[in-house]
Design a protein around this ligand. Structure first.
Ligand code: SF4
Length: 77
């Protein structure tokens, strides 16, 4: 009986988004390009809505990281 179902197709790259809040100046630039991932709340602080966004958001989070004026956003595989 074959018991080895291949699950490897499920292991896509996952990007983890982290923000160094010591560097973040709450400019909101990231929230403008990737609003599904970043949000500046009414209290003025940035909030990460999705720490592990799906592949459909990779371009946006990469753009947000590039745009961040303080280099506070890090993307890890
Ligand atoms: S773009 Fe950078 S500095 Fe501006 S809110 Fe986002 S993480 Fe903070």
């Amino acid at each position: 009986m074959p018991a080895s179902a291949e699950l490897s197709s499920f292991t896509e790259d996952v990007v983890k988004v982290t923000v160094n809040f010591d560097l973040c100046a709450s400019t909101g630039a990231c929230a403008q390009v990737a609003p599904e991932v970043f949000e500046v709340r009414n209290d003025g602080y940035l909030h990460i809505r999705k720490e592990q966004p799906g592949p459909e958001l990779y371009d946006e989070v990469q753009q947000a990281a590039d745009l961040c004026p303080t280099g506070a956003i890090t993307l890890e595989d």
